[in-house]
Design a protein around this ligand. Structure first.
Ligand code: HAM
Length: 443
């Protein structure tokens, strides 16, 4: 009796076929994009002390209160990282990255874990690409970070990203604390009308009342005071420069007072990129400034700003756009007849790969016809055909599989140069004089 199959953990994904290729394409694009803005790659642990997230993300956030995968194998409490900023700042401090002097720009990617209710675009293991610029308070850096995110989506061919922007001020008593109080006062008379989550948040985290999805809470929130209208002078000036710099870069944005973000470390600028293809979970990415976090984690007061994008959501946006042909075409597929030709073909294919050309061959002992079909299915540019006859003559037949392509015998000593040259040239004219155009003996 067949064993019961084991299924993946709820909320996790397997990436196969096109989705795996798209996944890699996004990572390759990130590796090309962020270093252009001066970012250096870091690889960070998935496991961190639980305390790190309680302090950085905030003990009263949904993430820390109910979404973390936390366990205690020994005395210490460990957590699978729910996000990357806390670990990046922990590493910045622990590895003395500030010693390099000035602004430190780091980028990373990898899986994150949140025990949320899975739905379209929301998973329990998901992947982020994140950037953190640590060491400068300049509002132009906020604008650079935001525009860099927009350009990243553009580089992937994702159109229709909407940028939402807000400022949630700073801990100065005249700024966020005063706004929080004003918000509480405005909510208080209608408190019984708010949903149970918001009633609960009223005391602990009143700002989150603004981004509740319940229609009644949304209606009530429309009349609440807006944070960007209640900023202290320094935060107001900062926000104005960010908006001006964004406008000067041609970035289109909406100032959205309901954007407060679900992590406690933010100060001043916060932003999110939304995409209509995503449904309820419409944030492709988000971020903001977090000027207090380095100090909160034991460092000197150090301003910082960053963002993270969700890879699964990028894949959804890519899939919703023009279907991409992600699979890189194979340069050559080896077709052979007979055991010694098969072994000979393995050598030819290996040498092509060593020369940087993609190649593959049959390992299933299929007929010549099925091997040719496989070459077409793999969208190979050329079929290399080798029978015992070709082998004895020291030749291989190269069949150009592009429309109008021809086939010809090429000396084994020359086949790599021949393929490399033909690859960049249009297919030879079947009626032209190029080559002897002899069909493969064994075909
Ligand atoms: P975040 O908004 O929590 O920010 O996450 C960033 C992005 O990760 C989201 O916009 C979304 O695309 C993706 N994401 C989040 N949760 C899930 C999920 N359950 N399933 C699939 N995708 C998800 C942060 O994590 C901050 N660390 C960003 C940051 C960096 N701020 C400053 N620096």
């Amino acid at each position: 009796m067949a064993a019961e199959p084991i299924r993946a953990v709820e909320g996790t994904n397997d990436f196969t076929g096109d989705s795996a290729r798209r996944f890699d394409r996004v990572l390759e694009a990130a590796a090309a994009h962020f270093p252009r803005y001066g970012y250096e790659r870091v690889h960070l642990p998935l496991l961190e002390p639980t305390e790190l997230f309680a302090r950085a993300v905030g003990a009263a956030t949904d993430i820390v209160e109910k979404e973390m995968y936390t366990f205690s194998p020994g005395k210490e409490s460990l957590t699978l990282r729910p996000e990357g900023t806390a670990g990046a700042i922990r590493a910045y401090l622990q590895r003395n990255l500030a010693q390099a002097g000035g602004l430190v720009k780091l980028w990373y990617d990898g899986p994150m874990f949140r025990r949320e209710r899975p739905q379209k675009g929301r998973h329990r293991q998901f992947h982020q690409i994140g950037v953190e610029a640590v060491g400068a308070a300049d509002p132009l850096l906020d604008a650079e970070t935001i525009v860099m995110g927009l350009r990243f989506f553009e580089s992937l061919g994702i159109a229709g990203t909407r940028l939402r922007l807000n400022s949630i001020g700073c801990p100065d008593s005249a700024c966020r604390p005063a706004y929080r109080e004003a918000l509480r006062e405005a909510v208080r008379p209608d408190l019984p009308l708010y949903c149970p989550t918001c009633r609960n948040r009223y005391e602990r985290n009143v700002l989150r009342v603004l981004d509740c999805k319940s229609p009644e809470c949304k209606r009530l929130a429309a009349n609440l005071p807006k944070s960007h209208e209640r900023l202290c002078a320094a935060c107001a000036g900062h926000f104005e420069t960010v908006r001006e710099a964004l406008a000067a870069s041609g970035a289109v944005f909406d100032v959205d007072y309901t954007l407060v973000r679900g992590l406690d470390y933010y100060t001043r600028t916060v932003f999110e990129y939304a995409h209509s293809a995503l449904g309820a979970q419409d944030a492709l990415g988000g971020g903001g400034r977090y000027d207090g976090l380095v100090e909160e984690l034991g460092g000197k007061p150090t301003p910082a700003v960053g963002l993270a994008v969700g890879l699964e959501r990028i894949l959804l946006a890519l899939a919703a756009g023009d279907a991409c042909r992600c699979r890189p075409p194979l340069v050559a597929y080896g077709v052979s007849m007979g055991e010694s030709a098969r072994r000979g073909m393995m050598g030819l294919v290996m040498r092509l790969r060593a020369a940087g050309l993609s190649a593959d061959m049959d390992y299933e002992g299929r007929s010549l016809k099925s091997q040719m079909r496989a070459a077409n299915r793999r969208e190979a540019v050329f079929a290399l055909i080798l029978g015992e006859d070709e082998l004895s003559r020291g030749e291989v037949v190269v069949k150009d599989l592009r429309p109008g392509g021809t086939q010809r015998s090429v000396a084994l000593a020359d086949y790599i140069t021949h393929l490399a040259t033909r690859l960049t040239a249009p297919p030879e004219n079947p009626d032209g004089a190029a080559g002897e155009n002899r069909p493969a003996a064994s075909e």
